[in-house]
Design a protein around this ligand. Sequence first.
Ligand SMILES: *Cc1c(COP(=O)(O)O)cnc(C)c1O
Length: 232
Amino acid sequence: MAVRLAAVCNRVSEAASRVGRDPSGVEILPVTKGHPAPLIREAAALGLGCIGENRVSEAEAKFGALEGKLDVEWCLIGRLQRNKARRAVRLFDSIESVDSMRLAQTLSRIALEETTEACPVLVQVNASGEATKAGFGPAEAVDAVLEICELPGLRVDGLMTMAPFGSDEHELRGVFVSTRGILEECGRQDPRFKGGTLSMGMSNDFEIAVEEGSTRVRLGSVLVGPRPAGRA
Ligand SMILES: *Cc1c(COP(=O)(O)O)cnc(C)c1O
């Protein structure tokens, strides 16, 4: 992973410098789903301060195997069913995949019961409007973000998006540009809105995402190695 991390950091730096950005404004989130728990230890040892998991049960099993979270922030990046929201709030330090108003309301209520500090979340945007993708579509996203900001117990740090699989570069760029536009519009419509995180970019598109303003790239295969067969 150390070798892969060095290569990834280089690629992030080069993408950032192509557009005059400071590469330190891009955080690397290693995605450890589908890999055994000790990989999280390896990421922590390399100084990576956070990890992304996409399933509550898998993360719970790893938490048990590692006897704790290590010195790492655990971030939920996958679709969350409302009946697992309490377990997610207990285990994860932040939730990137708030993809519906009902989920946001459930998380708000549970966070108030479970924690004293607001639960950091990102609102998931379905910028391409693809029917099968989770998240708020471009037409509704700004209103949804501002409405979620009013829910107690949550702190909206920004947006997350996933580009449709198999898109060409032009489409990918469009998804990232549109997501950044939604974040900027939130700030214009409500000056109190302070969320600056744009979680966009995965192994096969992170350089384009960095060029278009990503502040957090979620990297699985390119950083931690190919997932064992059978995992999306
Ligand atoms: C698996 C996953 C990633 C990382 O995927 P790679 O293509 O392996 O980098 C990023 N984000 C989400 C939401 C994921 O589920």
